[in-house]
Write a protein that binds this ligand. Structure first.
Ligand code: PRP
Ligand code: ADE
Length: 185
């Protein structure tokens, strides 16, 4: 795909935008939940998402060794992008889900703490990786993922998300790493 025109890309973005719904007060009062499920029900919208990510990656990064997806909705898009780019896919999971030796990073949630893990042999020293998730809010989850990749002495090229909630400033937490988002609210 790689070289679609500006108009083609804009049309794809509009399609993706139309397939994201907002639910007020879910999962708790005051949260406007951005639901990406309709994208998965529409093959054209799902293809558009992967096309747009692929276009960005091919333009910005000469070499990518691995795509790493975040539990759980990063798993919906990451393997498709990895396959498109002809590279492998690795899972970062919430604690206790991965067999064998793992490395983990704890991070703060609004209330309490959480922990994410990756299999120790999943990422090799020096590999150039892209992180992917459906949504960036406070950036807590993504920055824990960045820390994990760094622990494995691999290099984070970029953080890819479908949706970025701008007012929560997750992007600032991830600096100096870049964030590429398809939709911003
Ligand atoms: O930027 P943050 O403030 O860390 O929030 C973003 C994270 O929150 C959501 O996942 P959630 O924790 O709801 O888990 P799920 O994907 O398993 O539903 C979303 O899919 C991101 O992973
Ligand atoms: N507003 C939101 N919508 C969907 N997923 C989220 N994860 C964190 N905040 C979210």
């Amino acid at each position: 795909m790689a070289t679609s025109t500006t108009t083609e890309s804009e049309n794809k973005l509009q399609l993706v935008h139309r397939r994201v719904r907002a639910f007020p007060d879910f999962p708790k009062t005051g949260v406007l939940f951005r639901d990406i499920c309709p994208i998965l029900k529409d093959p054209a919208a799902l293809t558009a998402v992967i096309d747009l990510f692929e276009e960005h990656v091919r333009k910005k990064h000469e070499q990518v060794d691995l795509i790493i997806g975040l539990d759980a909705r990063g798993f919906l898009f990451g393997p498709l992008l990895a396959q498109r780019l002809g590279v492998g896919f690795v899972l970062i999971r919430k604690k206790g889900k991965l067999p064998g030796a793992t490395v983990s990073v704890a991070y703060d949630l609004e209330y309490g703490k959480a922990e994410v893990e990756v299999q120790e042999d999943a990422v090799a020293e020096g590999q150039k990786v892209l992180l992917i998730d459906d949504l960036l809010a406070t950036g807590g989850t993504m920055s824990a993922a960045v820390e994990l990749v760094k622990k494995q002495q691999a290099q984070v090229l970029d953080c890819l998300v479908l949706v970025e909630l701008k007012e929560l400033n997750g992007r600032d937490k991830l600096k100096p790493h870049g964030v590429f988002s398809l939709l911003q609210y």
